[in-house]
Design a protein around this ligand. Structure first.
Ligand SMILES: CC(C)(COP(=O)(O)OP(=O)(O)OC[C@H]1O[C@@H](n2cnc3c(N)ncnc32)[C@H](O)[C@@H]1OP(=O)(O)O)[C@@H](O)C(=O)NCCC(=O)NCCS
Length: 147
């Protein structure tokens, strides 16, 4: 598995398809890939098995040098094989090199354990957004301390 900061147009199309397939389609939700954007620039990290995109993390860097992981997904057949951890390591290397101060994620209820495993800590109680709560998805903001 290779972990890269992705800029190739074909791979980025695969990333979009993967995010929909893993994050929204299984819940019968529409593709909300850009629904919550405010026009921020995205940095896409991809895990690639040959030419197949197996996973992707979407990073947003804010002007105050904080950052958000906006979307994070690994194809089911590549889950539980350190794909997510590999993507995180790539993100961590990048945010350290860019002197980012802090990074947070709106962690899904189903993924809290993953974020804890890689070193995030829970910052908030459950946050419910109608759009997601209707599908049984809840969130907690989780933070990672950058040393
Ligand atoms: C969450 C996700 C990105 C993790 O990627 P992954 O490749 O499956 O995770 P890894 O194999 O790198 O796991 C790293 C560690 O976290 C643990 N872990 C992974 N997913 C977990 C989960 N959902 N709950 C609890 N622990 C989890 C693994 O057991 C592993 O622990 P270990 O290092 O002690 O063996 C992936 O499972 C996924 O896409 N899930 C569905 C979509 C989703 O929930 N995305 C996150 C939205 S906030």
């Amino acid at each position: 598995m290779r972990f890269t900061m992705e800029t190739d147009e074909f791979a980025l199309q695969q990333v979009d398809a993967l995010l929909y397939e893993v994050l929204w389609e299984p819940y019968g939700m529409p593709n909300v890939r850009h629904q919550f954007d405010k026009g921020e620039a995205e940095i896409i990290f991809a895990a690639k098995d040959g030419i197949t995109v197996a996973g992707a993390f979407v990073l947003i860097v804010y002007k105050d040098k904080s950052a958000e992981l906006r979307h994070a997904a690994v194809l089911p057949e590549y889950q539980g094989q350190k794909t997510g951890r590999g993507l995180w390591n790539e993100v961590l290397e990048y945010i350290k090199a860019e002197s980012i101060n802090s990074i947070y994620v709106y962690a899904r209820n189903t993924a809290i354990g993953f974020w804890e495993k890689i070193g995030f800590r829970v910052e908030t109680d459950w946050i419910d957004h109608d759009f997601f709560a209707n599908h049984g998805i809840r969130f907690k903001v989780m933070m990672f301390d950058i040393k």
